[in-house]
Design a protein around this ligand. Structure first.
Ligand code: G3I
Length: 314
């Protein structure tokens, strides 16, 4: 299994977990999750709107069940995510808040959630997707009410809520060296220089099978963030089946992308985890493009075998 090889290499190999974990009709889901992965992340269950609709009212049952599963199977947990502009309760999304009022809202939420999971979540995505694809910080309820320093406050609140957890900034479209990753690099460098408690950076890696991690200089990109003293994770890897050629050729291209991403991480000493955004094509936010490493019937695809080989297996 992947996790046995990963453990020999000192690497975490993770998967996002969606709805099928307790589906008695799909025992394969939980079996494969336990067998192949040593890290789990909730695909949706720890997001703000999944935990709470009303201020101060939280329901943790679904997220707690995943944390319990992880404990039973010797898996670490990534927490996703504390401050993000999507999947927010309506009162946060639409409310008119002063700076002080929004900082209080953020602090309460982070304290409630990271506090609840204190000691059980090894890594938190504290802030997700704060940089706009067009440059600058993304327009969000947090930026609007607080201003650009909402990020550093989020990290300080998270450190206070769970001093043991490693705190991450997470984003997409920044996997290689490009203008967005340049901007994130500058942002995180400035946060570090200010003494903001940030421990790591997550690269989502939502890719497709025509992408070349090598051409995009993914390894060099991970390395420059590592050189800031940050731990590096690949956090949401999936690879859409795209491009010309036969289906077999596309599956091989997909496998190569998975392997190259894993190799890029292995080449960087501070890159410690590769997490996939699901594992079976039966459950994926982009299921139609079959982006994962097991097919919808839970059979391993070429991408699964490519990851095994990239971990030094056969
Ligand atoms: O749970 C409700 C259900 O009660 C309702 O009946 C149904 C009807 O639409 O919606 C369900 O919620 C959906 C939820 O997934 C659970 O399936 C939401 O509509 C849907 O928007 C939500 O999508 C998630 C998306 O984030 C939200 O933006 C995807 O599953 C999830 O894979 C995706 O994950 C994000 C990461 O958090 C951040 N990075 C990008 C990544 C992909 O978009």
């Amino acid at each position: 299994p992947l996790r046995a090889l990963a453990e020999q290499r000192g690497l975490l190999i993770g998967a996002a977990v969606g709805g099928a974990l307790y589906d008695p009709l799909e025992p394969e889901y939980a079996q494969i999750l336990a067998r192949e992965f040593n890290l789990v992340v909730a695909e949706n269950a720890m997001k703000w709107a999944s935990l709470s609709n009303e201020r101060g009212q939280y329901g943790f049952a679904g997220a707690d069940a995943l944390v319990r599963f992880a404990r039973q199977h010797g898996q670490r947990v990534r927490g996703h995510t504390l401050i993000w502009h999507e999947q927010l309760p309506a009162w946060v999304r639409n409310g008119a808040f002063s700076r002080e009022a929004m900082l209080a809202v953020m602090q309460e939420h982070i304290q409630a959630v990271a506090g609840h999971f204190r000691g059980q979540v090894a890594y938190w995505d504290v802030v997700n997707e704060a940089v706009s694809d067009r440059g600058g910080l993304r327009e969000t309820p947090f930026l609007r009410a607080v201003g650009p320093d909402y990020l550093e406050h989020a990290f300080r609140f998270a450190r206070a809520a769970d001093p043991q957890a490693k705190l991450f900034y997470n984003d997409y479209g920044a996997d290689g060296i490009n203008t967005k990753s340049d901007e994130i690099y500058a942002l995180l460098k400035a946060l570090k220089a200010k003494g903001v408690p940030i421990d790591g950076v997550g690269f989502q890696a939502h890719l497709d099978s025509t992408f070349s991690p090598r051409q995009a200089r993914m390894r060099e990109n991970l390395q420059r963030f590592a050189d800031l003293g940050l731990e590096v994770h690949i956090t949401e890897l999936d690879v859409l089946l795209r491009g010309a050629g036969t289906r077999e050729e596309r599956l091989e291209a997909q496998a190569r992308v998975y392997a190259e991403v894993l190799e890029a991480c292995r080449a960087v000493a501070r890159c410690t985890a590769v997490t996939l955004w699901g594992f079976t094509d039966a459950y994926s936010w982009r299921a139609a493009a079959e982006p994962l490493i097991f097919d919808a019937l839970y059979r391993p695809k070429p991408a699964y075998h490519a990851l095994l080989r990239a971990l030094g297996g056969t």
